[in-house]
Design a protein. Sequence first.
Length: 357
Amino acid sequence: WETLRSRKNRMGQCGVGGRSEVNKELDKQLRADGKKNARVIKLLLLGSGESGKSTFAKQLKSIHTEGFSEEDKQYFMDIIVENVFYSVRSVLQVIEDRELSLDDTELWDKVAHFLDDEKESLALDSKNARLIAKLWKDKTVKSVVEDYTSFHLLDSADYFISKVREIAEEDYSPTQQDIVRCRAKTTGIQELSLRINKNDFLIVDVGGQKSERKKWIHCFEDVTSILFFTAISEYDLNLYEEVSVNRMHDSLNLFCEICGSKWFSGIDFILFLNKRDLFEEKINRGVSIKIAFPDYDGEDTVEESAEYIENQFLEQVQDDKQVYPHITCATDTEQIRHVFDAVQSIVLQKALALSGF
């Protein structure tokens, strides 16, 4: 487009004939763009915050492109350091608010400055890394972390703090799994273009927090399929931005609203019941889904509990809309590879049907 605008400026002094040639070239380009856009398979990732949408998008970038550039890695390195300090601050704030004491009483004076510097950029040097590693082994800290349902703690907290000394090294470069696991709030609209087996995909990722949802309407046109994400493990948690609302209930209400939207009439949904690993861990610890679903009368097993939640979502579908459910772990690269192969089959068949084939 910039080239065409430049040519128009240069040819503007050539009279009617010159403008006519430019108009023809613009029309040709518009027709070409229209045909190209018609062939693009647009997948819209929707769901509540922290449900795994961005993790899924990062996995697709890793699997179906050349991966992450050095610039990408530097960006995610900063995010990882922020994740480490956020996790530490979250735990220390709980300890302070509850007037608890660390098992190692002298350690508090050494780590309290992490709270003081909440709005400042802290350096993750070797000294701070040693302190954080030591802090995470403290009995009081362990008991607070185990009670994470009462405050906001990142899913990746244990993962990153277990390797905090490695992250603090000068030559540290984040691995693919580090990048997948780091958490940054998605704001606005993020797009990822992929070409897979001669098919063009546009993956559109939008922020899931309530404050971000009003922006979704800008992405609703020309959607091939909706990929809806819910964190199946969050049945015992409340929203970070609205602490009285259960996350699973919010996700169900959102799914019902989107399924009934006039924008998505005739569009199939692929439902990702995500964070399977955390869900299994909770169920095996005896944390029943009755917390979110008091009427549940099944066995507190992974299989029955997951099936019940899946059915709660499927019951929100009021017309003949097709919904294809998958129980997933978005941090599992191989599983996401296989699941997206299945997604491609679904959306390509739909695209062919709409084209009359």
